[in-house]
Design a protein around this ligand. Structure first.
Ligand code: OOG
Ligand code: MG
Length: 263
């Protein structure tokens, strides 16, 4: 159900995108619009996507968020959300990320899937996702909620493009049949100390289930996941706050490392 008019959708999209581009916090939008719905929030996100494309940014992938209990517990939200990835979100492996470009970034260890067939509808299975997957790629997401103190609800975070801000891919990509993705381990270290660890099953029992859920959520807007889409499936562990000077290395079982330094 929609409760906001087009002018309000555009105003909130602009407010949230300005917060991203000018690196400042804003108040949770549901404080001002307590009756707004998840559909309104999705409209705001798609308006932000339209704004970026109109400015010449390319959309290079999608992400799912809040797909693990660790994340849902950390953020006190009980349902997943999705977002888009713009070209300038991508940081090279081993790269430096200036904290001055962000508000209060956190890092998350994820598996990303690259599809080779379209996926659509609300009944896609894990097997169908694996059959439509070209590669699984180690990926670390840097999230940066535009909301004050990184606190939000599902509707507010959906409108804020699910906190998307940067990502780093690295290590070695694998074919989908190469490993059991539910038991694949990841170990995140900050400045040489292990801070979080987990396995793929943390994400909806299997990270491919997150891709299926994205197809289902997109189908509510008559959108699909086209062949050739890069999809981050969501943090396996809780997200880790980073500051200038922090080095992050995520080791992926048999798939190498993804690393970055915050400066
Ligand atoms: C929302 C985005 C969460 C993930 O992987 O769970 C997310 C947030 O926690 O800010 O990207
Ligand atoms: Mg994430």
């Amino acid at each position: 159900m929609r409760t906001l008019d087009q002018k309000t959708i555009e105003m909130l999209s602009e407010r949230l995108e300005n917060a991203e581009l000018q690196r400042h916090e804003v108040l949770k939008i549901t404080d001002e619009f307590p009756d707004m719905t998840f559909t309104d929030a999705t409209d705001i996100q798609w308006e932000t996507r339209r704004r970026k494309e109109a400015r010449g940014n390319k959309i290079i992938g999608m992400k799912m968020g809040l797909t693990s209990w660790a994340k849902m517990r950390q953020m006190e939200v009980e349902k997943p959300c999705y977002g888009f990835l713009a070209d300038y979100f991508s940081v090279p492996e081993g790269g430096q990320i200036p904290i001055s470009e962000l508000i209060h970034p956190k890092v998350e260890a994820e598996f990303a899937f690259v599809t080779n067939k379209p996926l659509s509808g609300d009944s896609v299975t894990v097997e169908e996702v694996l059959d439509a997957t070209e590669l699984v790629v180690p990926a670390v997401e840097i999230i940066d909620s535009r909301y004050k103190d990184f606190k939000f609800d599902l509707i507010s975070v959906m409108a804020d493009n699910s906190s998307s801000t940067r990502f780093v891919i690295g290590g070695r990509a694998a074919r989908p049949e190469e490993f059991d993705w539910s038991t694949r381990g990841v170990v995140m270290s900050k400045n040489g100390e292990v801070v979080e660890l987990g396995a793929g099953a943390a994400v909806l029992d299997h990270p491919a289930a997150s891709v299926a859920m994205l197809a289902s959520m997109l189908s509510e807007r008559d959108e699909i996941i086209p062949a050739g889409t890069f999809i981050m499936t969501g943090g396996i562990t809780a997200a880790v706050l980073v500051e200038a000077g922090d080095s992050i290395v995520v080791r992926y079982q048999d798939m190498g490392d993804v690393s970055m330094k915050f400066v």
